[in-house]
Design a protein around this ligand. Structure first.
Ligand code: RP5
Length: 168
C-alpha cells in the first residue's frame, strides 16, 4: 500500500511530519514531494496524471495561502485527494481552508482541519482499510489506546482535585 504526500512548500513539512509518523507506524509506504500548484504547475499536473499508473492509492496534499494544489491534483487524478490546509498566512489559515474545502461539484477534496496533519493521515488509513483489513484492526487498537489515554488523564485530574481540595 502506497500513498503520496504532496506539499506546496517545504515550509509545510512540520505539519505534514506528524501525519508521516502515524502512516509509518501503520506500515503505509509514503512518498513525500514538494510540488507547487503555482510555482511548478506543469509538474503538479504531470504527477497527478501519472499517480494511478505509479501505484499510488490516494494522495494527501498540504498547502497554504491560496491553496490550489489539492484541487489541481484532484482535477487531474481519479485518486481520492485529502486536502490539508496549512496555517501559513496572515489570515490564520482560513484562506487555505476555504481554498481547499470549497471545491466545485464533480471534483471533491476531502478536507481536514487547519494544520490537521494527524487526521489527514488517519483518514488516509481509514480509506485504505476498506481494501486492507489489517489496517482496520490497527485502527481499532489506535482508538482503544486513545480512550485509555483520556481515561488516565481523567483519573489523574480527579485524584489531583480531590487531594488538594480544589474542586471538592
Ligand atoms: C503555499 O504557500 C505552500 O503550500 C505554503 O504553505 C505557502 C508558503 O510557501 P513558502 O513561501 O513558505 O514556500 O504554496
Amino acid at each position: 500500500m502506497k500513498i503520496a504526500i504532496i506539499m506546496g512548500s517545504d515550509s509545510d513539512y512540520p505539519v505534514v511530519e506528524k501525519g508521516i509518523k502515524i502512516l509509518k507506524d501503520f506500515g503505509v509506504e509514503v512518498e513525500i514531494r514538494v510540488i507547487s500548484a503555482h510555482r511548478t504547475p506543469f509538474k503538479a499536473m504531470d504527477f497527478a496524471k501519472n499517480a494511478e499508473k505509479n501505484n499510488f492509492e490516494l494522495i494527501i496534499s498540504a498547502a497554504g495561502k491560496a491553496a490550489h494544489l489539492p484541487g489541481i491534483l484532484a482535477g487531474v487524478s481519479i485518486l481520492p485527494v485529502i486536502g490539508l490546509p496549512i496555517k501559513s498566512s496572515t489570515l490564520d489559515g482560513m484562506d487555505s481552508l476555504l481554498s481547499i474545502v470549497q471545491m466545485p461539484k464533480g471534483v471533491p477534496v476531502a478536507t481536514v482541519a487547519i494544520n490537521g496533519g494527524e487526521n489527514a493521515a488517519l483518514l488516509a488509513i481509514e480509506m485504505l482499510s476498506i481494501k486492507y483489513p489489517e489496517l482496520r484492526e490497527r485502527l481499532k487498537a489506535y482508538r482503544e489506546m486513545m480512550s485509555k489515554n483520556v481515561e488516565e488523564k481523567d483519573r489523574k485530574i480527579v485524584k489531583l482535585s480531590t487531594e488538594d481540595g480544589g474542586t471538592k
